[in-house]
Design a protein around this ligand. Structure first.
Ligand SMILES: NC(=O)NCCC(=O)O
Ligand SMILES: [Zn+2]
Ligand SMILES: [Zn+2]
Length: 437
């Protein structure tokens, strides 16, 4: 099959007072061992500067062992940001921008700037992405938990319930519809958010929903574990939800309501997670998944009969290549495509453990999981990099993949705008005469 493409990772990311323990070397080594041959990471601007952020990430990615691309986060709005977005698209090969509706006081931006960002993305042919949670309400929910004396990891889930994800997802979708731009919703974690995506797609709106492995296969009961370390490793945003949400997301994935599976790989070790002992708001948010994604999706979705092998390739690779406009170079086995290929043996089994995984983190949120379907060989760029449970990787061998704007979702956007304009009624010409009496 074509190698996996993970549309959502955070390697060497500075976040919540810590830096993720996996960098572009260890995170990518883990990815290759799990059959993923390309990932798209989020560049975080430095003090709001896109160019400074881009430069920093070019340095971070120097030791790459596999191909990668960048999305860019937009964390503030002004003329410079608007101009720099243009540079990122036209000169740097970035065709997607992420807007955080959560993380009040750090990454979050308001609706006025979200609208500006959506308009700019549309004009550049870049895909806007949203982290959809209502950041103001999350802030309120966090205060409420602390006042109630709930300071442990369970407070994380209780302070940001599904309704806040549903609200922000619906709002972002409606604003994208108002601007008439395609939209990509990252880490859809709840039924509430998924149903907003479903409703919009049914109405013909170009909305992409990305579930992540943790949301598909885990549930939030672990956040109530009495051991802080055990519970804290599962803290991510939006939170892993109550039992039932994961199964509904799986059904949505098999029905095509959700389209591509990411990981949101963002790893912090036990010492880093301990920053939040006594205050869940300080636990660095993020879980692992780069190495586990292909195995868990195969086992959960294909081995269980929920999706076909063809669908597996679509949701783990091809569709991602199409959304980010690099198909058929990536996401296919064709003459002229990059030779990123995996051999997955459906009859052999895998077992996940922090003792054997390739990530640098000392825990694994999928610890102890076993299943059917193991990636036995990974070929990246025509070279065997994973075979007989051994990695053969060369730091610096990974290439930066430039992604051009105007993917297929932009087809028809201009036409719809023209139709909209001509559908507006002719302006009313009113008399300004005022009668004397
Ligand atoms: N998701 C998460 O908890 N950490 C990474 C940052 C983000 O994607 O929101
Ligand atoms: Zn996010
Ligand atoms: Zn993320």
């Amino acid at each position: 099959m074509p190698g996996g493409i993970d549309p959502h990772t955070h390697l060497a990311m500075e976040f919540m007072g810590a830096e993720t323990i996996d960098d572009f070397f260890s995170g990518q080594a883990a990815a290759l061992a799990g059959g993923t041959t390309m990932h798209i990471d989020f560049v975080i601007p430095v003090n709001g500067s896109l160019s400074a952020g881009y430069k920093a990430y070019v340095v971070k990615a120097k030791r790459s062992v596999m191909d990668y691309g960048f999305h860019m986060a937009i964390t503030k709005w002004d003329e410079t940001v608007s101009r720099e977005m243009e540079v990122m698209v036209k000169d740097k090969g970035i065709n997607s921008f992420k807007f955080f509706l959560a993380y009040k006081g750090s990454f979050m931006i308001n609706d006025e700037f979200l609208l500006e960002g959506f308009k700019k993305c549309k004009s550049l042919g870049a895909l806007p992405m949203v982290h959809a949670e209502n950041g103001d309400a999350v802030y309120e929910g966090q205060k409420r938990m602390i006042e109630l004396g709930i300071t442990g990891p369970e407070g994380h889930a209780l302070s940001r319930p599904p309704v806040l994800e549903g609200e922000a997802t619906g709002r972002a979708i409606r604003l994208a519809g108002f601007v008439n731009t395609p939209l990509y919703v990252v880490h859809v974690m709840s039924i509430d958010a998924m149903e907003e995506v479903a409703k919009a797609r049914k109405a013909g709106q170009k909305v992409i929903g990305e579930p992540v492995v943790s949301g598909l296969v885990l549930n939030d009961t672990v956040l109530w574990d009495p051991d802080f370390q055990t519970a804290a490793k599962f803290v991510m945003s939006p939170p892993i939800r109550a039992p039932g949400h994961g199964k509904a997301l799986q059904a949505a994935l098999s029905a095509g309501v959700l389209q591509v599976v990411g990981t949101d790989h963002c790893t912090f070790n036990t010492t880093q997670k301990a920053l939040g002992i006594g205050d869940f708001r300080k636990i660095p948010n993020g879980v692992n998944g780069l190495e586990e994604r292909m195995h868990l999706i195969w086992d959960t979705m294909v081995a269980s009969g929920q999706i076909s092998v063809m669908d597996f390739v679509r949701v783990t690779s091809t569709e991602c290549a199409r959304f980010f406009n690099i198909y058929p170079r990536k996401g296919a086995i064709l003459v002229g495509s990059d030779a990123d290929i995996i051999i997955l043996n459906p009859n052999s089994s895998f077992e996940i453990s922090s003792k054997t995984h390739h990530s640098r983190t000392d825990t694994n949120v999928y610890e102890g999981r076993r299943g059917k379907g193991k990636v036995e060989v990974t070929i990246a760029g025509g070279k065997i990099v994973w075979e007989n449970d051994k990695l053969k990787v060369i730091p610096g061998s990974g290439k930066y993949i430039e992604m051009p704007p105007f993917n297929y979702l932009f087809d028809g956007i201009e036409k719809a705008d023209t139709n909209y304009l001509s559908s507006l009624r002719a302006p009313v010409i009113r008399s300004t005469r005022i009668d004397a009496n």
